[in-house]
Design a binder for this molecule. Sequence first.
Ligand code: GLN
Length: 512
Amino acid sequence: MSKIAPGKSIAELTTLLQSKQVSASEITQAYFEQINQFEKDINAFITPMADQAMAQARQIDADIAAGKTTGPLAGVPVAVKDNICVQGVKTSCGSKILGDFSSQYEATAIQNLRAAGAVIVGKTNLDEFAMGSSTEHSAFKRTKNPFDLDCVPGGSSGGSAAAVAAGFAVTALGSDTGGSIRQPAAFCGVVGMKPTYGMVSRFGLVAFASSLDQIGPFARNVEDCAMTLAAVSGHDPKDSTSLPNPYRDNNPKNYPQLTFDFVRNLVKESPEEHLKGLRIGVIKELVGEGIEPDVRDSILEAAKLLTRLGATVDEISLPHSKYALPVYYILATAEASANLSRFDGVRYGLRDKEAADILSMYQNTRHEGFGSEVKRRIMLGTYALSSGYYDAYYKKAQQVRRLITQDFTGVFANYDLVLSPTAPSCAFKIGEKTDDPLQMYLGDIATIPANLAGLPGISLPSGLGTAKMPVGLQLLGSPVSDSLVVKAAYALEKALNLDLRPPYLKEPACKN
Ligand code: GLN
């Protein structure tokens, strides 16, 4: 029986570790006990990394014993979406086409995590190449929602969200191209954040749509989410779109940089202080038609709470947001069709070795290796980029993307943050939308605008819907205002005072 129960925060684990009440090895062991007991129900991982994690934990224990200073995430178990490269470990992207490809190098975000002392516990399931909203497009397994095993965990980072919700890891990394961190966080009752585009290096993240992709954290609370973001963010010369360091240099409003100290100070102050005087806009288009009533009510309740806590809350409009979905599904597929051309049977994993000539080798490998959603998107993107259609689709979508960004710029001239649901509904049933891709795409309506405009956004639980499934609330800020987004989310989380626990975390095997 382990000395600690899963579900602890980074601060709790750090205190236990630094006061030598538990070792990093014992923490890792406790999380693997939880994984071994419940992973068969949840299917969060493609590659659990027990041996590597234990070796890492032993090293941390040795460092502590030798009196060396350890990082702020020392001994903290972290799960990683399987489209982020961990050196020497299989990277599958949820696809058959990568075969048993193992990463030659480490993503910068992973290097940063290790430097902070985090212990990588495994690579998590995802929709193939991060294309999807339910993790049902994984070539390997169906991840279940820890709150209801008949429901999807959301996607595409469903494995990471479910791992955190089920207590398999304290925090996790995902990638968010159109909502793939925020929406699964909402569905699984955890916190998930998409940082400002460029805040976290994309080096070592397998590209889906490069102008939209961003790595970000999941956690059971805002503080842990922010600590993980502080660990992974920072300028990286290996990613040309990575923001300069410190990024506040570029910022007219001079937001403080989201560092470990920023987070530590944040939790010492009173939540009311964080919200007083903040101007928050509720996106009119996202609390009306098409949003389930239980979700809408939960968001509007939270808006009232924010007013009581001293914020000014008004309804605002983003008139071009109605075009966000078509714009995204043209641009993201166009970029994907270019990015995925590298999977041709020559460079990575799978190859049809029997093919008569090189063209049939490409064709057969891709036919065999890619799933139907990925094929659909490559075809859509190739069509949008083909001569004759480029101006009508790709160029037009870029122009409308600019209009959507300008809507936000206008709003942020008068407001600090905007509020909306993270998704139009709570988690849906497994299989409910697999035959209707458009229905699936419509669920991304609230998350996609932030990717198109490069904004930071966080999803945190705002309550339970009618089916007793978690509802997610989204706060968005202007570019590089990540610290402000975190601050407001932290205060709101405190005021809401929810502790959503799925059955897997209800009765810890042994309380510390
Ligand atoms: N659900 C969206 C899609 O299918 C977003 C995916 C993502 O953010 N990676 O493209």
